[in-house]
Every structure is written in structure tokens, then in C-alpha cells.
Design a protein around this ligand. Structure first.
Ligand code: C5P
Length: 415
């Protein structure tokens, strides 16, 4: 389905090196049969010529608020009324500041004030500018008002630094924009997501942990929220902010996570276990800091409760999705392992990823996923976790509905 077909997209382009990506964006939008009109700020026209965007969009490009050559006396009002969505890509720190505070000193900022259509921004700036407290406050204000943020991504920047601030690539921007027009796949569905690692105490200052960053689970919680679900996120210790609109409960150990899940799972219709829960914990954590003695030290470990299997075994179990982080590759037995886990845990779907590969899996922004359920599987090739999350949610939603329909109406039907 092409959610962008016949949609009227007002593309705002601000000044930055990433402005070159707007040419590709216009081409792809037109390939998706969207109508595109472009508004550029003055500094944007220093990075890319209006003629280029004019040729690609097939429409005149608007630059000035008061332009005697303009066919309209009030282009800001006409354009604001015309569009189905405003997409600003790249969006500079200056533009975000103006939007957050209602400034209207050029055509783009003025029409944003006048627009009632959704506003979507793809920020692009130096990492320090993105992380600056003012930009982060502006972001929070805009999120609060319903402006949708696509990115920024992390990576090498034009300024030579590495970090957050890169404009997302064109396919990701298009997917994020399309999501604005897609029906909310999980509207009103109650979802519980576990994410991040757990910490199992050895003594009051040391723990057994793992390398999970929580990024996949947080991206999924956010994508499910965007698609209309009401999401509760039960998270182990991570350095990530709670996604907007998602209720979060922070926990530490596998036992804490099990307790939090048990007390909240009755209300949920879909349970997604992305957390890298410790499989073992110390049988008797020391009550004081263990001192170095130079002797061999043995820790006695006992298994933790399998949260996912316990949820799946409930009488009116929700639709259950597990994750399997394995060091075997897609061609090296990952599918078999995932299939076995699907059956052993009695769950509805398993999402396997290969964590031995450099640059993907734990602590990384990218992943490659093999999604399996009892009657099929799909490979989601390597991509940023935020993108994979948006691809995964429709698959979960489809299987969740299919299971509900197969069960038919009745006390255990949840779809
Ligand atoms: O058995 P394994 O740890 O590989 O299974 C991974 C899946 O099971 C993940 O979805 C993880 O969140 C879940 N899990 C759990 N409780 C545990 C261990 C794993 O929910 N104690």
C-alpha cells in the first residue's frame, strides 16, 4: 500500500549540508505519486539551487514571504491550507527554535504557524548543536505539541565529528512520513514491552550484567505507540529517555522485572519481551563487599524465572513475542535455534538476531532480524533499529489479528 499516493506534501528545506538530500526526497516523493511543493529558507538556497527543486517537483519553488512575483498575495496561508503534511528536511536548529517559540519571520516559519496539517521534521546539525540544552528543550516543546521527529541519526557528520545529528536517509524519512497517513494499526491495543539488560547482584557494589543497550525495545515501544497502541515499557537499567507517550517502569534484576510484568500483564493484549534478562543470578549475593584475597572465588548461580515462558503459559495469555540474541548467523543455524525457542517457550512469534556480527546487535544502532511464527517467517535485512521497529510492528499486528480471528469470539479472544 502506498500511503503517500496523492498526498500533498509541503517540503520545507532549511540551510545545511544535508539540503542536498532534499533533491532525492522530492524525486522519491513524486515516485510515490505525492504532490510536492517546496519552500526554501534563504540559507537553504545557498546549499541547493531552487531551480533543481523546481525541475524535480514540477512546481515553482517558494522562497519569500512577500514576493511581488508570487501569484498569491498570501502564499503562507495558501500553502498552509493546501498541504496534507508539512515535512521539513533538513530541519536546522534555528528552524526548530523558531517553531518552538512561534517566530514567523520568513515564509517557512510563518506557514508552519498557519498550518493545521501534521508537521514532521528531520533534524540535521552538528552533534553539539543537537545536544545543546536549548535544542533539547525546543525538541521537548515541539514533541509536546505533536510535531513528529524523524531522527536525527548517528554517524559521521559533515563537520568531521561523529554522533547524533545526521539527517536520516531518504527511505527512512519517507517511511516516517508515510506513517502519518497510515491507519493506526494497533489503535487502542494494550502492549507490554520489556527492554534492556538486568543486573544480578553479586554483592552491594557488583553485579552480573550484559551488553544490551535497550535500543531495540525502546524503538519498538515508540513505534507501537506511534501506531496507536497504549504501551507500558518495563525497562532494565539503560541510558535512554522514555519514548513520548509511553509509560515506563524502571527495574533492576530479573526478579524485579518478573514481579513488574506479573503485576501488569493481566491488562495487556500483546507482550513483547526484548529484554536481555539474565538467565542466572547469584544464589546468595554477599551482604557486604567481597574482599580480594588472591584465592579462587566461586559464585554459585541459580536460574532466574523465564518471564516470557511464564506469560505464554498463562490461561488467557496475550499474543507473545520473544527475542533471541544468538551468536549464530542467519545461515549458521539461527533459524533452527529460533524455531526451537518458539516451540520450547510456547510463544506466538520469535525475532532472532545475530549478535556476533560487528556493527549490529547489542550496543549498536543497527540490526538484522529473522521473524518467525508458527506458519511463516520473514527476514528484515540490516537497518537502523528504529527502522526495523517500524517494519516489525505491522508484522506483529497482522499475526495478533490473525490469532484473534482464529480463536473467534469468546472469553479468550483478544483481538
Ligand atoms: O532463553 P533465552 O534467554 O535465549 O530467551 C530470550 C527471550 O526470552 C527474550 O525474549 C527474553 O526477553 C526472554 N526471557 C525472559 N526471561 C528470562 C530469560 C529470557 O523473559 N529469564
Amino acid at each position: 500500500m502506498n500511503a503517500l499516493a496523492h498526498k500533498r506534501i509541503l517540503l520545507g528545506v532549511t540551510g545545511g549540508v544535508a539540503a542536498y538530500k532534499s533533491a532525492e526526497l522530492v524525486r522519491r516523493l513524486r515516485e510515490h505519486e505525492a504532490e510536492v511543493r517546496v519552500v526554501m529558507t534563504r540559507s537553504a538556497s545557498l546549499f541547493i539551487g531552487p531551480q533543481t527543486l523546481e525541475a524535480l517537483s514540477g512546481e515553482r519553488v517558494y522562497c519569500e514571504l512577500f514576493d511581488p512575483a508570487s501569484p498569491s498575495a498570501m502564499p503562507h496561508i495558501d500553502l498552509a491550507r493546501w498541504c496534507d503534511a508539512v515535512l521539513i528536511a533538513p530541519a536546522s536548529a534555528h528552524l526548530l527554535a523558531k517553531l518552538a517559540h512561534g517566530l514567523a519571520d520568513d515564509l517557512l516559519s510563518t506557514l508552519c504557524l498557519a498550518a493545521t496539517a501534521p508537521i514532521v521534521v528531520a533534524p540535521a546539525m552538528n552533534r553539539e548543536m543537537w545536544l545543546a540544552p536549548s535544542t533539547q528543550v525546543n525538541r521537548a516543546i515541539l514533541l509536546e505539541r505533536g510535531v513528529r521527529f524523524l531522527g536525527p541519526g548517528e554517524g559521521e557528520q559533515a563537520c568531521g565529528e561523529t554522533g547524533p545529528g545526521r539527517m536520516l536517509e531518504v527511505p527512512e524519512v519517507l517511511e516516517g512520513l508515510a506513517a502519518v497517513f497510515e491507519p493506526a494499526l494497533l489503535s487502542g491495543v494494550r502492549v507490554l514491552v520489556t527492554a534492556g539488560p538486568t543486573r544480578e547482584a553479586i554483592d552491594p557494589v557488583r553485579f552480573l550484567g550484559n551488553r544490551s543497550s535497550g535500543k531495540m525495545g525502546y524503538a519498538l515501544a515508540e513505534a507501537m505507540r506511534e501506531m496507536g497502541a497504549s504501551v507500558l515499557l518495563i525497562s532494565g537499567p539503560v541510558h535512554l529517555p522514555a519514548p513520548r507517550g509511553v509509560e515506563r517502569v524502571m527495574v533492576e534484576s530479573a526478579a524485579d522485572m518478573a514481579a513488574a510484568v506479573t503485576s501488569r500483564v493481566v491488562d495487556c493484549e500483546i507482550f513483547v519481551a526484548t529484554a536481555a534478562v539474565a538467565d542466572y543470578r547469584c544464589r546468595a549475593p554477599a551482604g557486604h563487599k567481597i574482599r580480594r584475597t588472591g584465592e579462587l572465588l566461586t559464585l554459585e548461580l541459580e536460574p532466574t524465572p523465564d518471564i516470557l515462558a511464564t506469560v505464554a503459559a498463562r490461561p488467557a495469555a496475550p499474543f507473545t513475542v520473544g527475542f533471541a540474541a544468538e551468536t549464530e548467523g542467519i545461515d549458521g543455524g539461527l533459524a533452527d535455534l529460533a524455531g526451537r525457542k518458539l516451540v520450547a517457550k510456547g510463544i506466538d512469534m520469535i525475532v532472532a538476531n545475530h549478535v556476533g556480527e560487528p556493527g549490529q546487535g547489542f550496543e549498536s544502532d543497527d540490526n538484522e532480524l529473522l521473524v518467525s511464527w508458527h506458519a511463516g517467517e520473514r527476514l528484515l535485512p540490516r537497518a537502523p533499529k528504529t527502522r526495523l521497529a517500524r517494519q516489525l510492528v505491522p508484522i506483529i499486528a497482522e499475526r495478533f489479528r490473525a490469532k484473534g480471528q482464529a480463536q473467534g469470539p469468546g472469553p479468550t479472544s483478544r483481538a
